[in-house]
Write a protein that binds this ligand. Structure first.
Ligand SMILES: Cc1cc2nc3c(=O)[nH]c(=O)nc-3n(C[C@H](O)[C@H](O)[C@H](O)COP(=O)(O)OP(=O)(O)OC[C@H]3O[C@@H](n4cnc5c(N)ncnc54)[C@H](O)[C@@H]3O)c2cc1C
Ligand code: FES
Length: 501
């Protein structure tokens, strides 16, 4: 590769570009030295920020500008075009802001700006406790400190590990192509630095809302002025004969993923029960490890409920081409530790079984405390539960979405709910109205999905599935409610923005 090929595309802003080349909306993509940089024209003048997303390095120049922010084409993080701040998950770190100089008709960008503003310290709630150290809990803690919360901040997590990149557990980490040091969202030192009292392996067993205290398994109590419940969801077990064998796994936590990886060392074949997103991703990852992979599910194609028959069949074909063997319209009956027996009588030799038949929201704490629960903790538009000062976010929360109530199980959405709950705990009163978004990864192909289609009655596919270039639009009673895209990242962002409007 030549030296030039390593440089980000576009002009070198250090050498100057014509003022007229900066569009009135959109952004001008270029570079400063080897750094990808964007220039945007805002109401108060020109601004320049780094163009490489701080989440996984997505190219912001290929994203979508909406007002004074730029949205990443890969997982839809939002950055301020004014100062580079990471406004919305899944990115948490700002991109570099650069000084813009205008000389006559020429614009120059040469020097990084050093942020000087710090949030005003405030303590509308002196003691905040977060139950859960996953997507929503982590994002809430970060946002609380970003917004200047100067009181105590305690995160109680039943997990043995500090918050980590859960989506990666069924993707590169499981495939063995991502080392474990990519998995933590932050180092443990980070929590100390931000004065976040992170307690791992700490299970909350009750909420004494009258006393404003949570109770740990060991009997210890933590007082709070505001509480966030971010306990997520637990894999649904399958109570079938032999499903209590040690070589039957679920995949939710880092501990689960490590156990599966350890079992792979001596396994030749694995049977997945369920053909949902996580199961199919994991099937792909273990196929990459060279295992014989079987998928057993009662459905006619994988992921049919979410994506429809055509896309489901396409996902199936991707996996089948890599050697995954499907046993669809079949149900498991029993596992004897060596073979999975189906109701049809088929026997599948398997050294391990992985069950992925959906999750159930962890609502027991809320139920016991008397909060309203209905397949999830019911929250209002500000993510407050039926008890004042008690908030819920993430997979566990059922929130108002348009005319209905929804509970979604997506990483970015859980993080954004955590961010919104954090702001509201400090008194922002911002109604949470983000459009749900998720992505899923199969044999090197990313499907990006925005919107919420609990029910849909028509799907229109525009483009070519085999060319991996399409958008599927989902409609309910004539109205667009969601879209799934491959190879059309910007279009997915545009649809997301239109759904928000
Ligand atoms: C393997 C895998 C891959 C995924 N891939 C994707 C993907 O590609 N894209 C996508 O959009 N979504 C994906 N998801 C879904 C996504 O990870 C979840 O939607 C998201 O993690 C939900 O965040 P949460 O904070 O609500 O819950 P979680 O992240 O599950 O966190 C819940 C936390 O609460 C803790 N907890 C529970 N009960 C208690 C208690 N009583 N006391 C103390 N702590 C408690 C848990 O230990 C955990 O730390 C994936 C999920 C899995 C499991
Ligand atoms: S790489 Fe930008 S949001 Fe993930």
């Amino acid at each position: 590769m030549s030296h030039n090929e390593e440089l980000p595309p576009g002009p070198d802003f250090a050498l100057g570009v014509p003022l007229a080349s900066v569009p009135p909306d959109g952004v001008l993509a270029g570079r400063v030295g080897k750094e990808a940089v964007l220039i945007a024209r805002l109401a108060d003048g020109l601004h320049a920020i780094g163009a490489t997303c701080t989440h996984y390095g997505g190219p912001l120049a290929e994203g979508l500008r909406v007002g004074d922010e730029i949205r990443c084409p890969w997982h839809h993080a939002c950055f301020s075009l004014r100062d580079g701040a990471a406004r919305k998950a899944p990115a948490f770190a700002a991109v570099q802001a650069w000084r813009v100089k205008i000389d006559g008709d020429t614009v120059f960008v040469r020097e990084p700006l050093h942020a000087t503003t710090k949030p005003q310290p405030r303590t509308p709630r002196a003691r905040i406790v977060i139950v859960g150290g996953g997507a929503a809990g982590f994002a809430a803690a970060e946002r609380l400190r970003d917004l200047g919360h100067a009181g105590s901040l305690t995160m109680l997590s039943a997990d043995a590990s500090a918050p980590y990149d859960r989506p990666n557990l069924s993707k590169d980490f499981l495939a063995g192509t991502a080392p474990e040091d990519w998995i933590p969202l932050k180092s443990e030192a980070h929590y100390a630095k931000r004065d976040i009292d992170l307690r791992l392996g700490t299970k909350v067993v009750a909420i004494d809302h009258a006393a404003r205290e949570v109770v740990l398994r060991e009997g210890d109590r933590f007082g709070y002025d505001a509480l966030l419940i971010a306990t997520g969801a637990a894999p649904r077990p399958l109570r079938l004969p032999g499903f209590d064998h040690a070589n039957v796994f679920a995949l939710r936590s880092l501990t689960d993923a490590r156990a599966i990886i350890a079992a792979c060392a001596s396994a030749r074949a694995v049977a997945f029960v369920g053909a949902g997103f996580i199961g199919m991703e994991a099937a792909g990852a273990l196929r990459e490890r060279g295992l014989d992979v079987h998928v057993v599910a009662p459905d006619s194609v994988p992921m049919e409920r979410a994506l429809g028959a055509e896309l489901g069949a396409w996902i199936q074909s991707l996996h089948a081409a890599k050697g995954v063997r499907f046993h669809l319209r079949e149900k498991p009956a029993a596992f004897d530790g060596k073979a999975l027996v189906l109701e049809s009588g088929t026997r599948i030799d398997a050294n391990m079984v992985i069950v992925g038949v959906g999750v159930a929201p962890r609502t027991s704490l809320a139920e016991q405390a008397g909060m309203q629960v209905d397949d999830g903790i019911v929250v209002d538009a500000w993510l407050q539960t039926s008890l004042p000062d008690h908030y819920a976010a993430g997979d566990v929360a059922r929130f108002p979405l348009g005319e209905e109530r929804a509970r979604v199980e997506h990483w970015v959405h859980a993080e954004r709910m955590g961010q919104a709950a954090a702001a509201n705990m400090l008194g922002a009163r911002h109604a949470f109205d983000d459009v749900p978004f998720f992505w899923t990864h199969h044999h090197g192909i990313d499907v990006r999905y925005c919107g919420y289609a609990g029910r849909w009655d028509r799907v229109e596919v525009d483009g070519d599935l085999n060319a991996r270039d399409f958008t599927a639009r989902y409609f309910r009673e004539g109205a667009l409610v969601a879209a799934a895209s491959v190879g059309r990242d910007r279009e997915n962002l545009e649809i997301e923005a239109s759904l928000h409007r």
